[in-house]
Design a protein around this ligand. Structure first.
Ligand code: FAD
Length: 465
């Protein structure tokens, strides 16, 4: 068996793993990364990127279809659009392929060796990889586990046939006539909205009293309103119970206990994701866990010396940018730098229609911690740019300490608002107060003026409302 020794071994080339390996390579660390599938992980291959590509395509189609049906307020009319969905999927796959090549190229440029194969721990310092050219043993002083997460199935709805996860939903070759989405979290709603815009009859079954239960009701309301306009049926407080009619329908118990049978061409289960902790000998290391996740400290160190863990395998929030930030930090720690996890907030974006951005604390979270806060919001219906873009649904909300006006959280909901997440995060990281936002000139006309106005409102002198 071939044996290679390196200073750093990274297992998994998702956003966490490949960022860690690239940064390590930049720092001159002799690094090897092992990936069982394509470089880029869940995010690039079956997550963030393909979903956002389809969200864009569906939005374009829906706008044109709206014009064809006489719904354009801009006076645009056109013939009914025709969708070549195979071409849409090929376009999406082309983006993914380009980025796969990009990640492989960046690893190479950083001097990192990428090995294709499934790594399996032999002990805390070495793994075995079954590669195309035979078995290989890799030894390293430091090991980073970045094996990510996978979709959770419901016990009575195993994946297969009509029952699909987000991975298969992103690779469908036909638009389902009837799509049932089990789970009204961000992944289910992003994909449900795609297929609704492309013509599917979509029903969302959510066990909580409202969709997007991880966000407050004020933020999720514009999304619920838009789903209704798109003709999506949302059943809240409802539970999927069993597959019936030879797998062609689903028994569902409604919020008031009523029994329903809903037929569907496809049943998309998006009830959560779980860390990938089995199938690669992790159990032999006996690492400390927190629930299903590997327990880490503020340097992403596990309970075993020389073994780090990053990304989805380490817990919530399971987001690509958290994994990347952890990966970068770990590479610098392995290089001997003094680093620790000290970010003020991890932004979260829900690419629904409209989009939701949250950074820091919501008013409810701040109140729950006994902090006296000033909370205000500025609605996009009073924002000129939003009106010119037909984006008047939504708002930007600021949450600041009542005593010293330090910003604790910024949230917003609105079309295209994802791009404002950087301004929101920066404000929190820089320790901005309401006066800092009020004293910053925000360009006109932009949706970002809503941020300025929300701060002004908390200070008692909003101009445009
Ligand atoms: P992963 O990306 O899961 O990568 C882990 C890699 O490890 C995989 O490539 C896997 O093949 C490899 N691997 C596992 N075991 C082994 C082994 N034994 N040997 C070798 N290789 C192995 N996040 C966002 O921030 N923004 C979004 O918009 C967003 N949208 C999403 C949409 C969908 C539909 C989904 C499913 C997820 C989305 N996410 C989004 C979440 C995001 O994809 C994850 O948080 C992110 O990919 C986690 O990165 P990671 O590096 O921890 O693991």
């Amino acid at each position: 068996m071939n044996e290679i020794t390196r200073k750093l071994l990274v297992i998994g080339a998702g956003p966490g793993g490949y960022t860690c390996a690239i940064r390590a390579g930049q720092l001159g660390i002799d690094t090897i990364i092992v990936e069982a599938d394509k470089p880029g992980g869940t995010c690039l291959n079956v997550g963030c990127i393909p979903s956002k590509a389809l969200i864009h395509a569906a939005g374009e189609y829906e706008t044109i279809a709206g014009a064809a049906e006489g719904r354009s307020a801009l006076g645009i009319t056109t013939a009914k659009p025709v969708l070549d969905f195979a071409k849409t999927i090929a376009w999406k796959d082309g983006i993914v392929r380009r980025l796969n090549g990009g990640v492989a190229g960046l690893l190479k440029k950083a001097g990192v060796k990428l090995i294709a194969g499934h790594a399996r721990f032999r002990d805390g310092k070495s793994v075995e990889v079954e590669t195309q050219s035979g078995a290989q043993t890799i030894r390293a002083q430091a090991v980073v586990i970045a094996t990510g997460s996978e979709p959770v199935a419901l016990p009575f709805l195993p994946f297969g046939g009509r029952v699909i996860s987000s991975t298969e939903a992103l690779a469908l070759t036909e638009i389902p006539k009837k799509l049932l989405v089990i789970g009204g979290g961000y992944i289910g709603l992003e994909l449900g909205t795609v297929f609704a815009k492309l013509g599917a009859a979509v029903t969302v079954v959510e066990a909580a009293p409202r969709i997007l239960p991880q966000y407050d009701a004020e933020l999720s309301a514009p999304v619920a309103k838009r789903l209704s306009v798109l003709g999506v049926t949302v059943l809240t407080g409802a539970k999927a119970k069993a597959l019936v009619a030879d797998g062609r329908a689903l028994a569902v118990e409604g919020g008031s206990g009523e029994q329903m049978t809903l037929d569907a061409d496809r049943i998309l289960v998006t009830v959560g994701r779980r860390p990938v902790t089995s199938g690669f000998g992790l159990e032999t290391l006996d690492l400390d866990m927190t629930g299903p996740f590997i327990r880490i400290d503020d340097r992403c160190r596990t309970s075993m010396h020389g073994i780090f863990a990053i990304g989805d395998i380490t817990g919530e929030p399971m987001l690509a940018h958290r994994a990347m930030a952890q990966g970068e930090m770990v590479a610098e720690i392995v290089a001997g730098q003094r680093r620790a996890w000290d970010c003020v907030s991890i932004p979260a974006i829900c690419f629904t229609d409209p989009e939701i951005v949250t950074v820091g604390m919501s008013p409810g979270e701040a109140n729950g911690m006994g902090i006296d806060v000033k909370t205000d919001l500025f609605p996009f219906k009073a924002n000129g740019r939003a009106l010119t873009l037909e984006r008047e649904d939504g708002f930007i909300r600021t949450v600041a300490r009542a005593d010293n006006h330090l910003l604790l959280g910024i949230q917003g909901v609105g079309a295209g608002i994802a791009e404002l997440s950087a301004a929101f995060s920066l404000a929190l990281e820089m320790g901005a107060r309401l006066e800092d936002i009020a004293g910053t000139i925000h360009a006109h006309p932009t949706q970002s003026e809503g941020f300025h106005e929300s701060a002004l409102k908390s200070l008692g002198h909003a101009i445009h409302i």
